[in-house]
Design a binder for this molecule. Structure first.
Ligand SMILES: [Fe+2]
Ligand SMILES: [Fe+2]
Length: 461
């Protein structure tokens, strides 16, 4: 058991967060991400029972972030203890689905601030969730130029391409390691002198964390030296794999789709004007990458069931899955399917414009490339339309939407539902109702709906 006590830059902020995970690397990553944005104290435990003893002996913890699957007391052990002792806000950070955890009940009911974050963790989702819990308190780390980076992380993963600083005063930071230097000697020297707070420039911090997260994911997957694109997305996809298999995709099909996506990415990446956008896709986290990859798989499933499994058609759907949201800056805005809803109204005017225009703008931007077939441009332009005419930007009804777009749009809505609500039987039947209410059960899209209904009815629960 390790208790990390920190004094925060002379600020009298005492928010205390308990992070529980059996993987020390995840603890390091979460701690570092949180500390870069939130002024708080972090306490950590590596098993459910350790967390319980910390909760028994510490009265001032404000928030628990906990994994579910752990040896020696799982997430339910921590949740149950907390529920009957203090009931402080509890956030699951896990690769599974809440509804699959049969020993957790009334999770959202017992505390309205309880929340669920899927692994791999999306940085913005993590910070937004924490800010929601601490609503009203000023907890932001207000230094915009430098981010604190945990010494554990620096020593474990190295920092080959980053400058490292220490802080002399509120205004003054000095560089103790240059980006070009490999050696960690200076950092260790300062640590020996009792300095355990090191900083990076904010602009190099997120790429640095990205490389650590990718490194960690690859280690888990046991990936050989060459890192392929799909390996990078692998962790995000892994959490959806159970849903896809339940819906009838075989492991051979999963492999085939992944290989095809890999080829599509290589082709797009080979064009200079698209390179940066492909990198954005590959660096995507959380919902962004998860819904894109899941939509690719569902599109394949629906197209083959509809007798449209020819390579050229599948490729178009996979291109659309990779490219459709690349102009959006984060997962939060990717999640918005309804521009009449609360989530959209809460956005600032720039984000609203982005959401409203990303489909058209993305299609326009890609029209300059000769690697992207014109049908893909149409699918991307229409990916937020709905068969009932309530989509955007044009709000046209199903008879005016391209056939492949209808398959892709249905796949996106299915992927979104699986991400948020999981694949239990109840959830899948709720999804059918949802698709019906969005107009998928009539006109040209009816056969897509009926195929999917068949899949849901045949699935093993
Ligand atoms: Fe979109
Ligand atoms: Fe999307």
């Amino acid at each position: 058991m390790k208790i990390v006590d920190r004094v925060f830059d002379g600020k009298a902020k005492n928010m205390k967060i308990l992070i529980v995970d059996d993987e020390v690397e995840i603890i390091d990553i979460l701690t570092t991400l949180i500390e870069s944005e939130v002024s708080c104290e972090v306490v950590t435990a590596e098993t459910g029972n350790q967390a319980v003893s910390i909760l028994e002996s510490t009265s001032d913890i404000d928030l628990i972030l906990s994994d579910y699957n752990m040896p020696d007391g799982n997430g339910a052990t921590v949740f149950d203890h907390n529920r009957s002792n203090g009931n402080i806000p509890f956030v699951f950070v896990s690769g599974g689905y809440l509804e699959d955890y049969e020993d957790i009940s009334s999770f959202y009911e017992v505390n309205e601030k309880n929340a669920y974050i899927h692994k791999p963790v999306d940085f913005e989702e993590l910070i937004t969730t924490i800010n929601n819990v601490f609503e009203g308190s000023d907890i932001s780390e207000n230094n915009s130029k430098y981010c604190h980076v945990s010494i554990n992380l620096l020593l474990k993963y190295g920092c080959k391409s980053e400058d490292v600083f220490i802080k002399l005063s509120e205004e003054k930071y000095i560089k103790i390691k240059n980006a070009e230097e490999d050696s960690l000697d200076e950092i260790m020297k300062y640590q020996e002198k009792g300095n355990d707070r090191f900083y990076m420039l904010r602009e190099s911090f997120l790429p640095f964390m990205d490389s650590i997260i990718i490194n960690h994911n690859n280690k888990l997957l046991g990936t050989p030296a060459k890192i392929s694109h799909i390996d990078i997305c692998g962790d995000s996809l892994e959490i959806m794999q159970d849903s896809l298999i339940q819906l009838g995709l075989t492991s051979d099909q999963l492999l085939l789709i992944n290989t095809t996506i890999e080829t599509c990415i290589d082709i797009l990446d080979s064009e200079k004007s698209l390179k940066d956008h492909i990198q954005v896709f590959l660096k995507g986290r959380g919902y962004f990458i998860s819904h894109s990859m899941t939509a690719a798989h569902i599109s394949y499933l629906l197209a083959t069931k509809l007798g449209m499994g020819q390579d050229s058609i599948i490729n178009k759907l996979l291109y659309a899955a990779i490219l459709h949201d690349i102009l959006l800056p984060n997962s939060e805005v990717c999640k918005i399917y309804n521009i009449g809803g609360d989530e959209y109204s809460a956005l600032d005017s720039i984000s609203k414009k982005l959401v409203k225009e990303h489909a058209t703008e993305c299609s326009k931007m890609l029209s300059n490339s000769d690697k992207v077939p014109s049908d893909v441009l149409t699918i991307i332009r229409e990916h937020h339309e709905l068969p009932n005419g309530e989509g955007f930007p044009r709000g046209v009804s199903e008879s005016n939407i391209f056939g492949l777009s209808l398959i892709f749009i249905a796949s996106l809505h299915i992927a979104d539902h699986l991400y948020h609500e999981g694949h239990s039987k109840d959830s899948m039947y709720r999804l059918l109702d949802k698709l019906k209410s969005r107009g998928f059960a009539s006109g040209h899209s009816e056969r897509i709906y009926l195929q999917f209904k068949g899949i849901v009815e045949k699935a093993s629960y």
